[in-house]
Design a protein around this ligand. Structure first.
Ligand code: NDP
Length: 237
């Protein structure tokens, strides 16, 4: 019998999250929990679930709402019936500050971006870590951005978003240090053509996601606490 791996992806109803679901469904060894704020409106996910023969489960999860996260964790535990989550993908994210800068940004926007881009992954990991630890792969992936890398010298704009992704990278490091039994990484998916990346982004979403999944599947425990680009190369902090 083929070994099955369980994936949970937040923000799975569009963009990078949805493309991950589509690519993962191509392998019969994957069971996918697609989390989104409103599964009743996630028509593409519903269509995929109808054809997936029980391999795709839709759950409601708003990463800024602790109650919603805890309800989702209970529901997922029930669906999995004793199985763990091999790959927990903290993908949901927002960029409301646009091209703001350090000397023009609005701290209220920074705070709301932080609540989703950092607070979300914090609470999702806290709620689901038990299920991750029950799995074979025990892997948490925080979808970050090169924009959060000081070492990549990314310049002035996108400031509030970049600050949250730099904080997310520190979260990755802290989670990895605290729990050596799991593998936690930050992953930069590339500049991709999604609602967030816009139509002029460097790559179609399919290309970035292919690289992201290939990189995740080749991780070893020694990679924990690090940041990788979608081409598998390490990204400096
Ligand atoms: P999109 O804007 O296309 O999609 C964002 C996803 O996040 C949607 O599914 C959205 O759900 C979900 N989301 C937002 N807020 C919440 C919330 N509170 N609870 C649950 N889900 C939420 O973005 P991308 O797909 O492009 O980005 C995905 C991730 O990749 C983000 O973390 C982003 O920062 C990162 N990234 C993207 C890059 C790019 O070029 N596209 C580059 C580098 C990083 P809803 O439909 O309900 O709003």
């Amino acid at each position: 019998m083929t070994r099955e791996y369980v994936w949970l992806i937040t923000g799975a109803n569009r963009g990078i999250g949805l493309e991950m679901v589509k690519q993962l469904l191509q392998s019969p060894s994957n069971i996918i929990i697609a989390a989104s704020r409103n599964p009743a409106k996630a028509t593409e996910l519903q269509g995929l679930a109808e054809k997936a023969g029980g391999k795709l489960h839709l759950v409601a999860l708003d990463v800024t709402d602790k109650e919603s996260i805890s309800q989702a964790a209970q529901e997922v535990a029930g669906v999995l019936g004793g199985k763990g989550i091999d790959y927990l993908i903290n993908n949901a994210g927002i960029l409301p500050g646009g091209e703001d800068t350090a000397f023009s940004l609005d701290v209220d926007i920074l705070a709301s971006t932080f609540a989703t881009n950092v607070g979300g992954p914090v609470y999702v990991a806290q709620a689901f870590i038990g299920l991750v630890e029950q799995s074979e792969k025990k892997t948490v992936v925080n979808i970050s951005s090169v924009l959060g890398s000081i070492g990549s010298d990314v310049g002035v704009i996108w400031a509030s978003y970049a600050i949250t992704k730099a904080a997310l990278n520190m979260l990755t490091y802290k989670e990895a240090k605290e729990k050596p039994d799991i593998t936690v990484i930050s992953m930069c998916p590339g500049w991709l053509q999604t609602d967030m990346g816009g139509p002029n982004a460097s790559h179609p979403v399919s290309v970035g996601v292919e690289g992201v999944l290939k990189t995740i599947l080749s991780l070893t425990p020694e990679d924990s606490g690090k940041c990788f680009n979608f081409d598998g190369q390490p990204v400096p902090w």
